[in-house]
Design a binder for this molecule. Sequence first.
Ligand code: COA
Length: 172
Amino acid sequence: MQVLPEGTHITMRPMTLADLDQVNAIEQVSFSSPWPEKAFFYELTQNQHALCWVAEWIGKDERPIIVADIVIWLILEEAHIGTLAVRPEFRGQRIAQRLLAKALLASAKSGATQALLEVRASNQAAQNLYQKFGFKQVGVRPGYYQDTKEDAVLMTLTPIDPVKLAELAEYG
Ligand SMILES: CC(C)(COP(=O)(O)OP(=O)(O)OC[C@H]1O[C@@H](n2cnc3c(N)ncnc32)[C@H](O)[C@@H]1OP(=O)(O)O)[C@@H](O)C(=O)NCCC(=O)NCCS
């Protein structure tokens, strides 16, 4: 695991409209079919069931940089992870782990007891991340991704365990 430069740190906080340019840039370099910026605008301004968070790198003398984003849809007791991405040069520092853990803790506080997501069958890095949280593969959605017709692996976490999430949120 890489280590952040001394005197710098990462904070996790709810996304704001001012973050959208940077969030969009992360999405564009992270996915073959990225969400358009207007999708984040919609989630932030129209969807009261969306939990949108970012990880922000606070350098020594520089302006803070958004280094990761996550959107979770809260539907009754279910937290559905819509997107999660980390700026490429900041990967491997447990930023996704900490952001996902904090966002799922916030979801649990809002009443979620289980989590669900789809991930590309070829995306082993993301599947490893989710397995570390205890997500289990429960199915496959054949040809789910329109760009490549790749299958989606469906993973669920039942139940959400706040104690384990708190450990994952701090570890790193
Ligand atoms: C997947 C992604 C979010 C991981 O972000 P990250 O901050 O680098 O991940 P973390 O450092 O928090 O890793 C946590 C765990 O995930 C797994 N993991 C992350 N990157 C991995 C990699 N390249 N190879 C294998 N396992 C990996 C490991 O289990 C790791 O735990 P460890 O540190 O104990 O080994 C990032 O690679 C990314 O943005 N990818 C493109 C977008 C994407 O695929 N998003 C997920 C959509 S479902």
